[in-house]
Design a protein around this ligand. Structure first.
Ligand code: PLP
Length: 287
């Protein structure tokens, strides 16, 4: 496996960065997780827009144009002979001294990892997930915007830890006002009849590329989709609940905090949306 590291391809075992990199010392950097279907990088432009916006927000200047970055992503896939893959793009502030000030870091590090997909087991899509809500809160949009996909993922990691302490694999985070924000690294939707609801960005969710694709595909199918705040109660009494994300795609949730959702198995709208999603991501590549 070849890793793109600051201008060259190195073997995985040699792909190392300094302990003085501020990405390592302080989580100072940004990243993206991207999916490749049948050789087509799914919505690469949107991922790069989000990456560059995240970088701009934290005043990190990426040493490549988006066009150059696109080429580097494709080159990394070719180098690894991958057509169905998961890509991790990481830009860290770079090597500096032990002080916090990014001024000591001269050059950002650019890393692209392309891997075979580690898919969730098929059974999970058939049984659906049991999840909980946790005490960890999403950071406030007026502090560090949740729209910034930064290397500082402690909130999200705490969500994972709380989930596993509760004996489940995923959990929902609320914002500081108690509205449902998102999962540890996925967005949430609730279904009521033919209506879908997902929290708006201002509640404190990352505007997921998968989330946005689902909104678009669902509208094409005739669903009404609203971006509106909702509470845990609304989740408990929804007909269906599902999560979306680059790795998970669309996955049903069948129990939340011990409350059975709908009939306790993946519902028909969730199944329909997953099927549509899987068909359309391949179709996009054929265009
Ligand atoms: N929310 C967070 C905090 C994430 O890290 C991710 C993953 O990227 C998502 C939501 C889902 O976004 P996407 O569909 O772009 O993968």
């Amino acid at each position: 496996q070849w890793i793109y590291l600051n201008g060259e391809f190195v073997e995985k075992k040699d792909a190392k960065v300094s302990v003085y990199d501020h990405g390592f010392l302080y989580g100072d950097g940004v990243f993206e997780g991207i999916r490749v279907y049948e050789g087509n990088v799914f919505r690469l432009q949107e991922h790069l827009d989000r990456l560059y916006n995240s970088a701009k927000s934290i005043m990190l200047s990426i040493p490549h144009t988006k066009e150059e970055m696109k080429k580097l992503v494709v080159k990394t896939l070719q180098k690894n002979h991958l057509s169905n893959a998961y890509i991790r793009l990481v830009i860290s502030r770079g090597v500096g001294n032990l002080g916090l000030d990014p001024a000591s870091c001269s050059t950002p590090q650019v890393i692209i990892i392309a891997e075979e997909l580690a898919l969730f087991p098929k059974e999970l899509y058939e049984s659906g997930l049991e999840i909980v809500t946790v005490a960890t809160r999403r950071n406030r949009p007026d502090v560090l915007s949740p729209k910034v996909k930064s290397l500082n993922y402690l909130n999200n990691i705490l969500v994972k830890i709380e989930a596993s302490l509760a004996g489940v694999s995923e959990a929902l985070m609320l914002n500081d006002q108690g509205y449902v924000a998102e999962g540890s690294a996925d967005n949430v939707f609730i279904v009521k009849g033919k209506e879908l609801l997902t929290p708006p960005g201002y509640v404190g969710a990352l505007e997921g590329i998968t989330r946005n694709a689902i909104i678009e595909f669902a509208r094409d199918l005739g669903y009404a989709v609203k971006e509106e705040p909702f509470t845990r109660h609304d989740v408990y009494v929804a007909d269906e609940v599902f999560l979306t994300g680059t790795a998970a795609e669309v996955i049903a949730v069948v129990k939340v905090d011990g409350r059975v959702i709908g009939e306790g198995k993946p519902g028909k709208e969730t199944k329909c949306l997953l099927e549509t999603f899987r068909n359309r991501v391949v179709l996009e590549g054929e265009k």
